[in-house]
Design a protein around this ligand. Structure first.
Ligand code: NAP
Length: 248
């Protein structure tokens, strides 16, 4: 029997990058995968087809994670289509980098709304179902930047640090109902998000990583696999750094 056989998982922002990698690895381990995207419809539908080809149930939903109403509707739709939700992965995120001196209010607000408020929206929408089941695993995609800060990313770092506080609080609130909540803090992962950085900066990052390479979406997916499955049944309220040793 596969590790996630029969489990229903919802992942926000899986049309590309880390979310897409999680969806692919989870389907390989037998999970049924509901996932969202914001605008990349073609890659999302292509992923849906690929996952179904692996023999699991899969469906792509267009939904803005920053919207409370859309998140509630999404969970209703997924429950109707899948019959239950065992794992929620809050992965959708954006960057709008700038030095504080040059950062506009909209750049601050939109990063907080999409990266942090989305976690509130989705967790709140899913909690009733997990409470009824007396079981669930919630995984929040934070960042090393939320742990240590980063010049030029005050908005992003604040959103990712906020996710860690949210994660620990949910773990304390829902632990007695067997609902676990953990965060992952990826380091430098090679996706479209980091492809925006100039090669010199990227080379500098790589050299500073003890394992001497950037991470892949699969590296993060494998950590999610542990936190989503019963292998981590006694783990909650934790931040798992998956960063090649960057924070060591
Ligand atoms: P990415 O390649 O830019 O992909 C972002 C994903 O989020 C896309 O699927 C995108 O959908 C979706 N998304 C964006 N805004 C959304 C919204 N409002 N509602 C729903 N979905 C939305 O980013 P990534 O590198 O895979 O990052 C994934 C997560 O890991 C993010 O939370 C990021 O902060 C975190 N992280 C990444 C790194 C890294 O080095 N890459 C490091 C630490 C943490 P569309 O394609 O439709 O726009």
């Amino acid at each position: 029997m596969k590790l996630l056989e029969g489990k229903n998982v919802i992942i926000t922002g899986a049309s590309r990058g880390i979310g897409r990698g999680i969806a692919q690895v989870f389907a390989d381990y037998g999970a049924n995968v509901a996932f969202t995207y914001s605008s990349s419809e073609a890659p999302a539908l292509e992923l849906e087809k690929e996952l179904i080809g692996k023999g699991v149930t899969a469906k792509a939903y267009k939904s803005n994670a920053a919207s409370y109403d859309q998140s509630e509707q999404l969970i209703e739709n997924v429950l109707e289509d899948f019959g239950g939700i065992d794992v929620l992965i809050n992965n959708a995120g954006i960057t709008k980098d700038n030095l504080l001196m040059r950062m506009g209010e909209e750049d601050f607000d939109s990063v907080i709304e999409i990266n942090l408020k989305s976690v509130f929206n989705m967790t709140k929408a899913v909690q009733r179902t997990m409470l009824k089941q007396r079981k669930g695993s919630i995984i929040n995609m934070s960042s090393v930047v939320g742990v240590k800060g980063n010049a030029g990313q005050t908005n992003y770092a604040a959103s990712k640090a906020g996710m860690i506080g949210f994660t620990k609080s949910v773990a304390l609130e829902l632990g007695s109902r067997n609902i676990r909540c953990n965060a992952i803090a990826p380091g430098f992962i090679e996706t479209e998000m980091t492809a925006k950085l100039d090669e010199k900066t990227v080379q500098g990052w790589r050299e500073g990583i003890p394992l001497k390479r950037g991470g892949t979406p699969e590296d993060i997916a494998n950590a999610c696999l542990f936190l989503a499955s019963d292998l981590s049944a006694y783990v909650t309220g934790q931040v798992l750094n998956v960063d090649g040793g960057m924070l060591t």
